[in-house]
Design a protein around this ligand. Structure first.
Ligand code: ADP
Ligand code: MG
Length: 685
């Protein structure tokens, strides 16, 4: 029996408990040690009933006044405790006669639970409790009680006992006892012990604040493991050969000659970064971050041109069909004068058409291929793939990137250029994309006037309508965005249709168009084309226009129920206006009541257009998991570290990671196994 023993083979757990623990990602006894408390209960102090605070956990001691059983929706046992004339109601929905009898009037109860203020004052539902005849029969506990993340089939006390047993087994584990170079004391095992079994009142404040040395130690271990893992993944890719493409500077010049504009300084600088990567015989792994509208596409196009001119193929993958179409249109427009064909792999194509196009891809006859991620995930074979461009990184996981490893010619890996319009704060990027080099396009093309944003209560919708009608009559164009009401494309589409009908009636002289996710792609195209050509003046849209669409004459955006959207999405949407020379406006309509978070979001949108500031605010409001989408939460999978709170720790740990890979590769493997699991599994999350 040691830390590597599987939980199912451990008599203390057994197959059934092991099954539940698997839902928490715990497979071995050792895994239990790294299932860390999410918070602590403090049972060291008694709180008088008069001082209870709504929403807080508290330990109370008082006498039973009345006990009865009632039907209030459900059958429940109600025990009223009283303390200096103030009452606390305990409610139990699951109880037996013995329990009921124990709560005899006049006896003493010590209860620990979360306090809610109901209609009749403070109450606790299903507190942990003890009953006694004498006030002095109870004790308070000196130490904190850990509270763990749970899953069905397992209780806190059960989990606590298992973890205590695991800690006892851990004392003889050699790996856990090993000193880890470069990390501060305490060592791993004493640190784990401090977190699972806090010593006493002295530790309590530090643990609750998260500043205890044991927590600081384990946070560093976890961040280091994460950096190590990302670096190993990067190495796996970077040890492969890649075609050297030395022609980027010349290709960029050739592209610029057919463009109606000059590159910005920032674009030129990023092209320089990419040129150095492409020249080397190792696969490029580069993330290009740039705010919406910063002009990432031409940077990618220059690289694709360099590949084509060297006789190789490149692929551009977009997150949506609409965006893929737009990339296809842009690339065709730019590359046709240069004599280079662009192939489009649409999501829906006639079988014969599809086969023809795939044949051109696999024979190498198509130098530039555009499609959605989905299209590329199916087996598309290339003849000489040298470069993959991924648009909108945050929807594309590590695993998907890894799957590109083998797509190059003769065992080589293609270069990877990832474009992200979600400006991720630097610290988070360092944690999440530690396997990528990062370039930032931090300058918008000239001639753009910043968007002014106003936040307007929906009761003033009529005033907004009047202004919009005036603007349309003056030749401007307007997006009207309906936000998601239900998690259903169908209902969403219906809501957008209803809104369009209503606006048509309200603004009878304005030509209104409509796009939503349920339209067939040719209908969607037609609607977008009409809007682009100015045939429609106001376009009602669901959030499908979030990415991509480029209509420079559209200078007003109204977002209905803006309070429902996250900052990242609002920022993306707003990026659709402000692309031409006219001053643009964004109107965020909201419906009361507003939550505090919604209020902060709207205020952030009103006060800044800087994508990086917005991303930072977003991170602070939501936490890292949500920003990256559910799947990426798993990819980060941090248990104790928080890339925002702990950002100052990251740079030195990056250095330490390099040092470890050089000098202590075995320790590196063990630390990864301890915190992350194995590298390949990590990629698959
Ligand atoms: P994003 O970075 O959001 O993907 P795009 O690549 O779609 O931005 O570029 C937004 C718009 O700006 C496009 O119409 C593009 O042609 C234009 N654009 C890109 N670079 C420049 C530039 N240097 N000068 C003027 N317009 C540019
Ligand atoms: Mg783009």
């Amino acid at each position: 029996m040691d830390l590597r023993t599987r939980l199912a083979d451990w008599p203390a757990a057994g197959p059934q408990i092991a099954g539940s623990l698997r839902n928490l990602g715990l497979e071995t006894i050792g895994d239990l040690l790294f299932h860390l408390p999410q918070r602590y209960q403090d049972r060291s102090r008694l709180t008088p009933i008069a001082s209870l605070v709504d929403g807080q956990d508290a330990l109370v001691r008082a006498r039973v006044e009345i006990t009865d059983v009632r039907y209030a929706g459900r059958r429940q046992l109600r025990v009223v405790l009283s303390d200096e004339g103030r009452g606390l109601l305990l409610r139990f929905f699951h109880f037996n006669e013995g329990q009921r009898a124990a709560f005899a009037a006049g006896r003493w109860v010590q209860a620990y639970g979360s306090v809610r203020f109901g209609s009749s004052g403070p109450e606790m539902v299903h507190p942990e409790y003890r009953v006694a005849d004498d006030e002095h029969a109870f004790q308070t506990s000196d130490a904190l009680t850990p509270v763990y993340p749970l899953t069905a089939g397992i209780t806190q006390p059960r989990l606590r006992r298992l973890i205590e047993a695991a800690l006892r087994l851990a004392t003889t584990d050699v790996h856990l006892a090993a000193q880890l170079p470069g990390l501060p004391a305490p060592d791993s095992l004493p640190a784990l012990r401090s977190l699972h079994a806090p010593a006493g009142a002295a530790d309590a404040t530090l643990l609750i604040e998260g500043t205890h040395p044991a927590q600081q130690r384990l946070i560093r271990e976890e961040l280091l493991a994460h950096q190590l893992c990302m670096r190993l993944l990067r190495r796996q890719v970077r040890t492969r050969p890649a075609p050297s493409l030395g022609d980027l500077p010349a290709s960029a010049d050739a592209l610029e000659a057919v463009l109606p504009f000059r590159f910005t300084g920032a674009q030129r600088r990023v092209i320089g970064d990419v040129a150095r990567d492409l020249e080397a015989r190792r696969p490029m792994l580069r993330l290009v971050q740039g705010d919406v509208g910063s002009g990432k596409t031409v940077v990618a196009a220059a690289a694709m041109l360099a590949a084509a001119r060297a006789g190789y193929q490149s692929a551009l993958m977009a997150p949506t069909e609409l965006l893929a179409e737009q990339h296809y249109a842009n690339l065709s427009r730019w590359f046709t004068p240069l004599g280079i064909d662009v192939e489009y792999l649409a999501g829906k194509m006639k079988k014969s058409e599809r086969e023809q196009r795939l044949a051109r891809v696999s024979s190498g006859a198509a130098p530039i291929v555009v499609g959605t991620h989905a299209v590329f995930q199916q087996s598309v074979a290339f003849d000489r793939l040298a470069l993959v461009v991924v648009d909108e990184q945050h929807r594309f996981g590590v695993q998907q990137r890894l799957s590109l490893r083998d797509k190059g010619p003769q065992g080589s890996s293609p270069h990877q250029l990832i474009m992200s319009a979600t400006p991720i704060p630097r610290t988070l990027a360092q944690t999440v994309y530690a396997d990528l080099d990062v370039s930032v396009i931090d300058e918008l093309p000239p001639g753009r006037t910043p968007v002014t944003t106003v936040v307007v209560n929906n009761v003033k919708r009529d005033e907004v309508l009047t202004r919009i009608a005036d603007a349309c009559r003056a030749g401007r164009q307007v997006y009207w965005v309906c936000t998601l009401i239900e998690e259903s494309e169908e209902l969403d589409a219906q809501a957008a249709e209803a809104t369009a009908e209503r606006l048509k009636a309200e603004l009878s002289d304005i030509r209104v168009g409509l796009v939503h996710g349920r339209l067939k792609s040719d209908e969607k195209d037609a609607q977008m084309r009409d809007f682009k050509n100015g045939d429609t003046q106001l376009l009602v849209a669901t959030t499908v226009i979030e990415v991509g669409v480029d209509v420079p004459n559209a200078s007003i955006m109204v977002i209905e129920n803006a309070e429902r959207l996250g900052l990242a999405q609002l920022h993306q949407l707003r990026g659709r206006v402000g692309r031409g020379a006219t001053a643009s406006q964004c109107v965020l309509l909201y419906q009361l009541p507003l939550s505090n978070t919604a209020k902060s979001r709207l205020e952030t949108m009103r006060s800044t257009t800087d994508g990086f500031r917005i991303a930072q605010a977003d991170l602070e409001l939501r936490g890292p998991g949500e920003i990256l989408g559910r799947r990426q939460t798993g990819v980060i999978g941090l248990r104790i570290a928080d890339p925002v709170r702990d950002q100052a720790l990251i740079p030195p740990l990056q250095q330490l990671a390099d040092d470890w890979l050089e000098r202590y590769p075995l320790d590196a493997q063990r630390l990864i196994a301890r915190w992350v699991g194995d590298v390949e599994k990590y990629g698959q999350v």
